[in-house]
Structure formats: structure tokens, C-alpha cells
Design a protein around this ligand. Structure first.
Ligand code: IMP
Ligand code: MG
Length: 184
């Protein structure tokens, strides 16, 4: 099926800038320093949960000054009603064993918390040296499972946001800022 989005339609859904690219850059530098300062010299593996965190990962890894490796994973959680099933479908898994690494999961947004709750359980079962979750955005008002990220760059209200990796219908990931979207 052909998917057409005119420039006018595209621009029309960008309601207002919520977090500017300068604000993002400042917060990313701070997060990079926090990660660089808090490990003991053992290998660090940054794990990006695709697709939403690819832009954040690209900037965050360049704000880290200590040796670190990069991994990618694509996961989707299944649930019924408000109960997380704990079943997480891995569409693409990491290409290495995480035991022997300090794992830092790099996520775009924690919304209901289901995805990360399940991904954390799955990766912990693989016995990393330690495991922490860094998220660009946190929407705590939307939480349905008890999940708290270790580090969140921005806490936002219950709005649908786009840009800097986050999509609406696979578009807007390329915006350099985070915007509130006009979606029904
Ligand atoms: P969860 O509900 O915490 O499991 O979040 C699942 C995924 O939903 C996130 O990783 C995002 O990809 C997506 N998501 C949640 N809220 C938003 C939003 O406001 N904009 C774009 N994607 C979102
Ligand atoms: Mg998404």
C-alpha cells in the first residue's frame, strides 16, 4: 500500500516544541558524564532498544569518555488488559553474551513500563555484572507496571511526543527536537 504524507500534513502534526535540541544536548552531556564516572573499568555495554532510541544512543555514546561497546535489540511486549504477561518477543537480539559486562539499557521513553520491565527481566537472567536503565523521557502518569528507570533525562506529562527518534506512524524520528504531536 502506498503511504503518502504531504509536507503540509507532516508539518501540521507538529503542535509545539516541548524540548529544544539545545536542552537535549545539555542533558545528554550530563548523562554521558554520569555514566563515565560511575563504572569501575570493567566493560560497559550500551544496549539500544530499537527503533526509538537510535538517535539518543548515537549522541549519548559520544558523550561517554570511557571504553564502551554498543549493542542493539528490538523487543515488543505482550500483555492483556493492564497486566504485563512477561512475554517479550525479541525481534532482534544482542549479538553477544552480556555476562562480563556492565549493561546500560538505553531507551527512548518509558510509558506504561511494560517493554522495559520485560527486557530488564530477560537481560538480568543472562547475568550481567550490573544492569541499569537510562531513558531519554519518562511519562510516569501512564505507568501500568511498577517500573522505575535508574536515570531519566526528562520527565514529561501524559502527551504523545515525536522527534529525536520517537515516531508517529514511523514518521518524525528525524526531527532534531522533541515536540508534542497533534494526533487524535
Ligand atoms: P511502554 O508502554 O513503556 O512499554 O513503551 C513502549 C514504547 O511505546 C516506547 O518504547 C515507545 O517506542 C512507544 N511510545 C510510548 N509513548 C510514546 C510517545 O509519546 N511517542 C512515541 N512513542 C511512544
Ligand atoms: Mg515507537
Amino acid at each position: 500500500m502506498e503511504k503518502i504524507c504531504t509536507q503540509e500534513e507532516f508539518d501540521g502534526k507538529i503542535k509545539r516544541v516541548l524540548i529544544s535540541k539545545e536542552e537535549i544536548a545539555t542533558a545528554v552531556q550530563k548523562a554521558g558524564k554520569m555514566i563515565s564516572d560511575s563504572y569501575d573499568g570493567k566493560p560497559i555495554l550500551l544496549v539500544s532498544i530499537l527503533k526509538g532510541s537510535f538517535v539518543f544512543m548515537a549522541d549519548l555514546c559520544r558523550a561517554i569518555t570511557v571504553p564502551c561497546e554498543i549493542g542493539f535489540m528490538s523487543a515488543k511486549s505482550y500483555y492483556s488488559g493492564t497486566v504485563s504477561s512477561g512475554i517479550v518477543q525479541i525481534n532482534m537480539d544482542l549479538d553477544r553474551d552480556v555476562s562480563g559486562y556492565h549493561v546500560v539499557i538505553v531507551e527512548d521513553i518509558v510509558d506504561t513500563g511494560r517493554t522495559l520491565n520485560d527486557v530488564v527481566k530477560l537481560l538480568k537472567a543472562r547475568n550481567p555484572l550490573s544492569l541499569r536503565v537510562v531513558t531519554l523521557l519518562d511519562k510516569p502518569d501512564r505507568r501500568v507496571v511498577d517500573f522505575t528507570p535508574d536515570y531519566s533525562l526528562f520527565t514529561i506529562p501524559d502527551l504523545f511526543v515525536i522527534g529525536y527518534g520517537l515516531d508517529y506512524a514511523e514518521l518524525y524520528r528525524n526531527l532534531p527536537y522533541i515536540a508534542e504531536a497533534s494526533v487524535e
